[in-house]
Design a binder for this molecule. Structure first.
Ligand SMILES: O=P(O)(O)OC[C@H]1O[C@](O)(CO)[C@@H](O)[C@@H]1O
Length: 237
């Protein structure tokens, strides 16, 4: 893993953006894997205010809440529309369908999307418990897209986006760890001290399923972009 320390979230977004820009200029970006949460917002801001044209690029998102329609303001469809897609049109945007009646079928459909469109660069945030996508601690490293139950800590962390805790969905469709590992290149972003423990476990503890992000130790091309707080527990200075 390549650790890139930055001053703050804005500098992190600029750094991630320059990697994306470089890939586009070399015609090496056909499929971009996207994430939700507050972490990638400074990157999306850079993309929106750039002259880059994504209309030949396919986007694939990591996850979506089960039970929320695309029009729901808390859905990841809505989030992506508001934070990026309405400003920067892509060739096609793929997200899991939160309203899919047949979960197994929806997961199979998504795995087929991933097989047809191998991800060139995957953007990731990280949960305080080390989750990537909605792959919570204990998720097998060989997992593919599936319906997952969210942990109490993730529901707690995401509560800030909802009026009340009861409104936070309890399940999501998420690409698996193995699906994420198939990406040719990965950029993981983390800011703030709430992420410090997860960043330490991901980088300095031996890879194990208690920290889903630690699977990335086995990936050949990962850039971890961290601010000082997220990096504060790292021994490697
Ligand atoms: O960027 P945030 O809001 O801290 O969220 C961290 C992680 O949690 C999720 O939003 C899911 O809970 C991920 O998509 C994200 O990577």
């Amino acid at each position: 893993m390549k650790i890139i320390r930055v001053q703050d979230q804005i500098a992190g977004g600029q750094t991630a953006f320059s990697i994306i820009k470089d890939a586009m200029e070399k015609n090496k970006l056909n499929v971009l894997g996207l994430a939700t949460g507050s972490t990638p917002l400074s990157l999306y801001d850079q993309m929106i205010h750039s002259s880059l044209d994504f209309s030949d690029v396919v986007s694939i998102n990591l996850d979506e809440y089960v039970g929320l329609p695309a029009e729901n303001k808390q859905s990841y469809h809505y989030f992506m529309q508001e934070q990026l897609f309405k400003y920067k049109p892509f060739k096609k945007n793929y997200l899991p369908d939160g309203l899919a009646k047949d979960a197994d079928r929806e997961c199979k459909r998504y795995d087929e999307v991933l097989a047809t469109h191998p991800i060139d660069i995957q953007i990731l945030g990280i949960g305080q418990n080390g989750h990537i996508g909605f792959n919570e601690p204990g998720t097998p490293f060989d997992s593919l897209t599936r319906k997952v139950e969210l942990t109490a800590s993730t529901i707690e962390a995401n509560q800030r986006f909802f009026e009340k805790k009861e409104d936070v969905p309890t399940h999501a469709f998420s690409m698996g760890i193995n699906s994420i590992m198939q990406s040719k290149q990965i950029i993981l972003l983390a800011y703030g001290k709430a992420k410090a423990q997860a960043i330490k476990a991901m980088i300095e503890e031996s890879a194990n399923e208690n920290c889903p992000a630690s699977a990335l130790q086995h990936h050949p091309e990962v850039s971890v972009i961290v601010d000082h707080e997220a990096a504060m527990l790292l021994e490697t200075k």
